[in-house]
Design a protein around this ligand. Structure first.
Ligand code: HSE
Length: 308
């Protein structure tokens, strides 16, 4: 194989109750990448469309992730990378994760798959660290493994793929304001009270149990975030108004997608999903903020190879 074209999807991290550990993969929004083998060794980013991002390897999340991988597994040839960005950086839908996970997935295919997708997470995470200033795998894990994932540990990487009911739909609203993950992390308090920690791990454990048992009521009771959401939601216009309205409309839960400004809701079935999306749209329209909205199934495959 001389080159590979891939679709690297967006993702929703945290999912309210699982800051830095829980995430799921989206179906219909993602970047495309073309990775080609070159005779000359090393990595070169030859083209980026859709966004204004650094072409310099050490400043680009894909470049950094690819370098981390090849340092661990040197090869005699090199790679040229084209990135066609559809996910906006600073949107909260895993833009950097799509680039970082996409490049390591693509190179792994081109060198005969020495790594499992689980093993690729650690290299992709190097790209995430460049973008956000700290290591977290809750976006790259669902992109590489598909579906819902739980990051038990990042040192060493230990990620569990979770089951989920097939009727589950995600609605993601991206108000077009930019919120850098680095900034959204800096504003968080570094201490959590025992009371809040107890509530958070109770909710996370219950949500995971609900994914296994397909218990939608329990899912709904567990999609709560008492630690991060109260701080970050202040940066998102009319967060509480939208939340109240979509919960009333029957959403299983509502929260910040990753570090924001995108917000997400989960719904049982497409009909509910469409109704909730309609509600979100009508509120954000009244605010006069430009937005994108996606209704997505949970993407169980993750990154896909695109054939010509
Ligand atoms: N868990 C990370 C955060 C995800 O919330 O900062 C960033 O997309």
């Amino acid at each position: 194989m001389k080159y590979i074209k891939i679709f690297s999807p967006g993702s929703v991290a945290n999912v309210s109750c699982g800051f830095d550990v829980l995430g799921f993969c989206l179906d219909n929004i993602g970047d495309e990448m073309l990775i080609s083998k070159t005779k000359a060794p090393g990595i070169r980013i030859s083209k980026i469309t859709g966004q204004d991002l650094p072409m310099e390897v050490k400043k680009n999340v894909a470049g950094v992730a690819a370098k981390a991988m090849l340092k661990y597994h040197p090869v005699k040839f090199g790679f040229e990378i084209e990135i066609h960005k559809k996910i906006k950086p600073g949107s909260g839908i895993g833009s950097s994760a799509a680039s970082a996970a996409g490049v390591v997935f693509g190179i792994n295919e081109l060198i005969g798959k020495p790594f499992s997708n689980h093993e690729l997470i650690r290299f992709a995470m190097e790209g995430e660290a460049l973008a956000s200033g700290s290591y977290h795998a809750d976006n790259v894990a669902p992109v590489l493994m598909g579906g819902f994932t739980l990051v038990r540990s990042i040192k060493p990487i230990d990620v569990i793929k979770l089951p989920y009911p097939s009727e589950l739909r995600a609605i993601v609203l991206h108000p077009k304001i930019e919120l850098r993950t680095m900034h959204a992390r800096e504003i968080l308090k570094d201490k959590v009270s025992l009371e809040k920690a107890i509530s958070q791990w109770g909710n996370l454990a219950a949500f995971i149990s609900a994914l296994y048992t397909k218990d939608f009521d329990l899912m709904s009771r567990s999609l709560v975030d008492e630690i991060v959401e109260p701080v970050r939601s202040l940066l998102i216009p009319e967060f509480e108004t939208i939340k109240k309205a979509v919960i009333k409309e029957g959403a299983l839960g509502f929260g910040i997608s990753g570090s924001g400004p995108s917000v997400y809701a989960l719904a049982k079935g497409s009909k509910n999903g469409n109704r909730i999306a309609y509600k979100m749209k009508s509120i954000i329209n009244q605010l006069g903020i430009d937005f994108d909205i996606y209704i997505s199934k949970i993407n169980n495959q993750g990154i896909k190879i695109i054939s010509d």
